[in-house]
Design a protein around this ligand. Sequence first.
Ligand SMILES: *[C@@H]1O[C@H](CO)[C@@H](O)[C@H](O)[C@H]1NC(C)=O
Length: 428
Amino acid sequence: RMTALSVFLLAVSVASVLAESNVYFREQFEDGDAWTSRWVESKHKSDYGKFVLSAGKFHGDAEKDMGVQTSQDARFYSMSSRFDDFSNQGQPLVIQFTVKHEQSIDCGGGYIKLFPSGLSQEELHGDSVYNIMFGPDICGPGTKKVHVIFNYKGKNHLINKDIRCKDDEFTHLYTLIVNPDNTYEVKIDNKKVESGSLEDDWDVLPPKKVKDPEAKKPEDWDEKETVPDPEDKKPEEWDKPENIPDPDAKKPEDWDDEMDGEWEPPMVTNPDYKGEWKPREIDNPAYKGKWVHPEIDNPEYTADPEIYKYDSIGVMGLDLWQVKSGTIFDNFLITNDPNLAEEIGNDTWGQTKDPEKKMKDSQEDEERKKREEDDQGRKEEPKEEGEEEVKQEEDEEDEEDEEEEEEDLEEEEEEEEEGTDSQLKDEL
Ligand SMILES: *[C@@H]1O[C@H](CO)[C@@H](O)[C@H](O)[C@H]1NC(C)=O
């Protein structure tokens, strides 16, 4: 049973959430081609890849899963959408969107960039200054991570932690929450995958403490934990030769001293040999412990209670590179209300994820059945003499063509993978 007080508190908290809740940007691509009036393609380069409206090969809902899909392989993509400029001062900032790599991506970005409103959208490119870059990035088996990059006082800072992204073919929900107490949280599919403090997990500020440059280890500081025992003496019977003449050896009967020289027994290892004597170690009575370099407050350090803060946030951008296209972006949301974002995530991605999987499963079932039927059909096909040989030759030719094509493709991919790396390096 609720007490009057708890009802009151609940009312207050609901009221305050409702009062403060703000949605700065939302894009669901549910109104046909109208999105093209809200998104601006960059003209910085002439050969950017085209985004097209699509719900994909398989989906949970043909309408709700409409998003923008990269449609050309090995291209840069660059477009953005503007909203009313705001600052996240004193409030949480929540950035959320869905990404679906239905093409089973080998290399390509799946992240967004959040820009200050001063951005010239037609000039958007890889070096355009952004506030935050967030989302998955995949390139080969080595790179499968969620980027969280903050621009702090003009420099981009990568997160120190490794957050793994999803690399399957389904739609996933990515959420970044930046709080005004300089903490953050990253969620994938509405589950927390990382959290912590901005100061600890990014090298935005210099360290708080540094080693005191004035301090030096005293000359007489004894750091040896043990010393040889001065009381310990070498036992008298210790020293024995390492090798001795074999006591069991006998001079052969046919040994001729004059012919063979004087007989000497062969040397063998002495079982009594004890090696070099060392006094036993005892605790060092003068031991002072390990010397610890004293630290002082770093004169370079200035606390910043507003690391999280951006004065101007006004453009959502997709500025990325893809080797294999087909990624669908959808359900963009920027709000100050983490709970609302979670709810919207539940109502969008949460509603379509299971039907999406079902549709893919049934497509795969059908494909398998069709393959099996084809295989069956081939086996049962009656063969006439002579026909078989001709067919084989044709098959071989086809294979050769395919191999050549594959090689060309691989070469292209290699060149372009290098392109991605260098692009990212430029940005950082
Ligand atoms: C979202 O869905 C999850 C799983 O059903 C649930 O636990 C959570 O409370 C929901 N969140 C909101 C804000 O409705």
